[in-house]
Design a protein around this ligand. Structure first.
Ligand SMILES: [Zn+2]
Ligand SMILES: [Zn+2]
Ligand SMILES: [Zn+2]
Length: 338
């Protein structure tokens, strides 16, 4: 059952739009943007034993549009955006330039989550009412997509900053619903003797204390001992919870509030909006005893104006080289927390 405050719409090209909360519909004359033709495939790499998604229409996708043409802003007279509303609280729509389409052979789903109808700002500056709304939107999307036939893993993430390929500045994130369990999740969820590894990690970090940034309201944030990125931070539920729906609403709000505190500290670190990736790791659709909800932040700056590149060792050997000490990064970030 979809939540009572969700309104489902279907665009003429078949893509779904979900409006959450209050909204005012688009004016007469609204013309929904249409999905271009493309080739969508998944191809198997037998050496690496991994899937590669082919999406050969994305080259025409919207690239840093003028503010007046923002496809994530509300629609208005003379402006038909992706969202058929002149005002909304939060919106989700199926990406017009997806990496996967719901039909074979790719068989997945790509959604864009628009955090607010305000163009300016970011996850770090969302007012608390929007943040609470977003917690419920993510939870609903996770529930909805994991229940779909053929979907094995639902991945909520955000790319932020042109340095990580962001083509739209309006505050938004994405969700990929894969028809397979992606390699990072598969590795983390791999069977092992004993209990949950994330639970064990949290115990170790809380005991060591010096890498912990937040330990409040059942949420723990820390710079992992084996951080790959200079200021990598993980945020997890202290108790073993596989996914967002396993938390009460207050627990979800607490998780997002902690995430926001981390992103605010990032923006203060070098006095620039920190280009970064946010990855939410949750239970696969079929469940797993190892699944423990956590969020990983990968900020890509290692210093003011200096990007951390995925170079030869990282890309060709799979070995990260981190030129910072997690303990020192934690100390710097802790001093910047509100
Ligand atoms: Zn916008
Ligand atoms: Zn656990
Ligand atoms: Zn993880």
């Amino acid at each position: 059952m979809p939540p009572a405050d969700r309104t489902d719409l279907v665009q003429p090209d078949g893509r779904h739009v979900y409006l959450y909360g209050d909204f005012d519909p688009a004016p007469d004359g609204y013309q929904a943007p249409a999905m271009p033709n493309g080739v969508y495939q998944r191809r198997w790499n037998p050496l690496r034993r991994e899937w590669v998604l082919v999406a050969a229409s994305r080259q025409t996708r919207t690239f840093l549009p003028e503010r007046a043409d923002c496809p994530l802003c509300p629609s208005g007279p003379g402006h038909s955006s992706e969202i058929p509303a002149v005002r909304f609280e939060a919106a989700v729509f199926e990406n017009r330039f997806p990496a996967m389409v719901p039909w074979p052979p790719a068989g997945g789903s790509c959604e864009v989550v628009v955090y607010t109808d305000e163009h300016e700002g970011s996850f770090a500056t969302l007012p608390s009412a929007r943040l609470d709304r977003l917690a419920e939107v993510w939870t609903d999307r996770y529930r909805d997509l994991t229940a779909r036939r053929g979907i094995k893993y639902v991945y909520i993430f955000e790319n932020r900053g042109e340095q990580v390929g962001v083509t739209l500045h309006h505050p938004h994130g994405q969700i990929y619903a894969y028809p397979f369990i992606p390699p990072v999740a598969a590795t983390e969820l791999g069977r092992h003797a004993g209990g949950c590894r994330q639970c064990e990690l949290i115990r170790v970090e809380l005991q060591a204390r010096h890498r912990v940034l937040i330990n409040e309201g059942g949420i723990v944030a820390y710079v992992p001992e084996s951080a790959r990125w200079p200021y990598e931070v993980h945020v997890a539920t202290r108790a073993h919870r596989p996914a967002l729906p396993d938390l009460p609403p207050a627990g979800r709000r607490g998780l997002l509030a902690a995430m926001q505190r981390i992103t605010r500290a990032y923006d203060r670190l070098f006095d620039v909006p920190m280009p970064s990736m946010m990855a939410m790791h949750q239970s696969p659709a079929e469940g797993s005893a190892q699944a423990h909800l956590h969020v990983e932040f990968y900020p890509v700056l290692r210093d003011r104006g200096k990007l951390k590149y995925l170079a030869g060792s990282e890309s060709g050997a799979g070995v990260f080289i981190n030129d910072t000490l997690a303990e020192e990064s934690a100390e710097r970030l802790r001093a910047l927390l509100e």
